[in-house]
Ligand binder design. Structure first.
Ligand SMILES: N[C@@H]1[C@@H](O)[C@H](O)[C@@H](COP(=O)(O)O)O[C@@H]1O
Length: 328
């Protein structure tokens, strides 16, 4: 008996259907801040799965100014802006189109400036009520894994869809599992002036977004996302017993980099917050997809850590002093 074929979200499926008749040689991931960070796991996936499709990731304004010569009619440009208003990301749509590329814009806000010119718009769910299958990370995976399955021999698409279908269950369980640890983190680290984050591979984006969006933007705590592979080439000199590090361990091929960084950190560091994806119960996830799902779960759990930290510090995650208030 044939197993039931799962399908992507309707909006994603529409993009994939349209791409079937085209040639796509390269994918450009274009966004800023948190919207950029959420594309790192998809870039990692393409590096591991796509044999013929090249991919690269750019901060929106860099994309426009660097103006990659490979950008053209065989390019797919995937953009994301949560509110759909970040000017450099909005401008990247028309820039990409002027080069003949196909554009897919992810956003939470239908009708926002980002959606005006894009060839395709994917409106994702967000927040506590959202189902994980319909959120940004999931749409990204549906899209890029779908893309690979269109152009190449690759049977991982169904495995990815069935894994994403179970993601909410995994998220809910992980939050339950980590709620005490998150609370402890908030309590123990509320007075820290600096907290570093570290990861590699698909996790680097998670470490990056926690550093720049949560700690710096939303908590005004000094931070820096350190790539575990770069740790021994400068950053580890800052390690000491009173310097906090959040160290992520994933399940992808780069885990040895993270393990090496952790091993050394344990020699001299005492404020190490280690989040290891091996501790997650991922039983519903296809074995070969666990490495891709792990960073999403790490990110979800870290959001809870952020909320607890914000509560303890009496500094709401929504507070800004410059962003969206001043001209920049
Ligand atoms: N944490 C992010 C920021 O990093 C980003 O600059 C801003 C605008 O982003 P977007 O273009 O996704 O709306 O949103 C969030 O607050």
């Amino acid at each position: 008996m044939m197993a039931t074929q799962l399908t992507a979200d309707k909006q994603v499926q529409e993009v994939l259907d349209a791409l079937k008749g085209k040639t796509i040689k390269n994918v450009f991931f274009v966004a800023c801040g948190g919207s950029s960070a959420l594309m790192y796991p998809s870039k990692y996936l393409l590096d591991r799965e796509a044999k013929t499709i090249e991919s690269d990731l750019y901060s929106s304004n860099e994309f426009i100014h660097r103006n990659p010569v490979k950008l053209g009619k065989d390019s797919l440009v995937i953009l994301c802006s949560h509110a759909g208003k970040t000017p450099e990301t909005v401008k990247s749509v028309s820039f990409a189109k002027s080069k003949g590329a196909t554009t897919v814009a992810l956003t939470h806000e239908l009708g926002s400036p980002l959606t005006a010119d894009a060839d395709f718009v994917l409106r994702y769910e967000w927040g506590k009520e959202a189902n994980a299958f319909n959120t940004n990370y999931s749409f990204m995976y549906q899209l890029v894994m779908g893309l690979v399955s269109i152009y190449e021999e690759n049977d991982n698409y169904q495995k990815m869809l069935s894994s994403l279908d179970q993601l909410q269950t995994v998220y809910d369980r992980a939050l339950e599992q980590f709620k005490d640890k998150a609370e402890q983190f908030g309590h123990d680290y509320k007075d820290e002036k600096i907290i570093y984050t570290m990861g590699s591979g698909a996790n680097y984006g998670i470490a990056y977004s926690f550093a720049i969006c949560i700690l710096m933007e939303m908590q005004w705590i000094h931070s820096h996302a350190i790539h575990a592979g770069e740790y021994f080439h400068g950053p580890f000199e800052i390690l000491d017993k009173d310097v906090p590090f959040i160290i992520l361990l994933g399940l992808d091929e780069t885990r040895p980099l993270e393990e090496r960084a952790l091993k050394f950190s344990k020699r001299f560091g005492e404020k190490l917050v280690v989040l290891d994806a091996k501790d997650f119960d991922l039983k519903e996830i296809d074995e070969s997809m666990k490495k891709y799902i792990a960073p999403l779960v790490l990110n979800h759990v870290l959001r809870l850590y952020a909320e607890k930290l914000a509560d303890e510090r009496n500094h709401p995650l929504s507070e800004r002093r410059y962003m969206w208030k001043l001209e920049y």
